[in-house]
Design a binder for this molecule. Structure first.
Ligand SMILES: *[C@@H]1O[C@H](CO)[C@@H](O)[C@H](O)[C@H]1NC(C)=O
Length: 377
């Protein structure tokens, strides 16, 4: 299913599968290829001569080393492509957690995107036990679960939703942490589903081992770690720590507080660019903490760069809820105006923001056959 993109973005948002040939680019091709030979050739005379001289000198030194000492130099250095081909992708999974029917659809939409991108890691959906036991085959839940399994290759893991009182935020936030218990995988990437995934993230599974890898909450003064996107190494040891953290959590402390308490000092920090962005930050010419101070704000560039865009426009509800035009208008980014003439000069932030919401609604209809909750239509 093709996403209809704003016209100015149409060429660039398409996922390019990993190149297979020998002249392949680096990991997920942004198209740029680097080769030592190229550098030498391109630079023409002077740089070329320097490279050549270096190679000859290297060879000369190498020949001077006695044979017995040379042995380790004979190993071929594996290329990135070979490393990738040797990866056992079944050890890794993208994980979604579901605590309600609305979340079930949003998770399905994330998996649809991964399927469309051709991402390589497995896909696992943690679903509440009650959902796994619904007998009625024509129920919305059963239809969506069936689609997940059959169309998008998703595995289902029934779980006990983690409750603490009746606060639904507790439930979803603690349930997310059950990803630490999916020990059938070496590494899982868990993402909140109130988001649009614009590019796959397979490369994250290949970075150096660490119990938890995650970006900072760039929008907060304190720069603590955010938890909308977490790469985790599930293990019984870490899960035990997490469970202890949940049981000790005070009122108003959610998954983000627990993760910061346990891993805040020594987590592996993922750069927030290109991995995460929030819809609310399309406003006011961009969040100062997201961009470089010298950088001019370019909402199109942001959307091309970001891999995962989180819906967060408080006080606006989540993107599957119908809000009414008046309410939405208050939260929408404003067009930039000419200081003198007051004419609107740049409406790209507003257009991209509108597209984020309309695209979500469209995919919800196409993939889940669901309208927006509370919609009069
Ligand atoms: C953690 O996983 C184990 C093994 O699958 C399971 O028996 C246990 O119930 C899980 N714990 C929670 C809290 O879900």
């Amino acid at each position: 299913m093709a996403q209809s993109l704003p016209p100015f973005l149409q060429q660039d948002l398409h996922y390019r599968p990993t190149p297979k040939s020998a002249e392949a680019g680096f990991l997920y091709g942004t198209g740029r290829q680097i080769s030592v030979l190229n550098l030498g050739m391109q630079a023409g005379s002077r740089r070329g001569r320097v490279v050549l001289a270096a190679v000859v000198l290297g060879l000369f030194v190498y020949l001077l080393i006695p044979r017995s000492h040379r042995i380790y130099l004979d190993y071929p250095i594996p290329q990135v492509q070979q490393i990738e081909d040797a990866v056992d992708w079944s050890r890794f999974a993208y994980v979604q957690y579901v605590t309600s029917t609305a979340h079930l659809c949003s998770s399905l939409m994330i998996f649809e995107a991964l399927h469309r991108f051709g991402s390589k890691a497995e896909r696992l959906m943690m679903i509440p036990l009650y959902m796994a036991n619904i007998q009625d085959e024509s129920s919305v839940e059963n239809k969506l679960l069936k689609k997940a399994v059959e169309a998008y290759n998703v595995k289902l893991a029934p779980i006990q939703v983690q409750n603490k009182g009746t606060d639904p935020t507790w439930a979803s936030s603690y349930t997310k942490l059950l990803a630490f218990n999916q020990t059938q995988y070496d590494r899982v990437l868990i993402m909140d589903s109130d988001a649009t995934l614009l590019q796959p993230m397979d490369e994250l599974f290949l970075i150096a081992p660490a119990p938890v890898v995650l970006p900072r909450a760039y929008w907060l003064e304190s720069k603590i770690l955010g938890s909308e996107l977490m790469l985790i190494q599930p293990s019984s040891k870490e899960f035990a720590r997490i469970q202890k953290g949940i049981s000790r959590a005070a009122q108003g402390q959610y998954d983000m507080e627990i993760v910061n308490k346990l891993y805040g000092k020594d987590a592996f920090v993922l750069p927030h660019r290109p991995y995460t962005f929030m819809t609310g930050d399309f406003k006011d010419a961009g969040h100062p903490a997201w961009k470089d101070p010298e950088e001019t704000w370019d909402p199109e560039k942001v959307l091309k760069e970001a891999k995962y865009v989180h819906f967060s426009d408080w006080p606006l509800a989540k993107p599957w809820v119908w809000e009414g035009e008046n309410h939405v208008e208050k939260s929408r980014p404003k067009c930039l105006k000419d200081k003198v003439t007051k004419e609107e000069t740049d409406c790209r932030a507003r257009d991209v923001w509108n597209w984020m919401y309309s695209d979500f609604a469209q995919r919800r209809k196409d993939i889940c056959d669901l309208g927006l909750e509370g919609s009069p239509e």
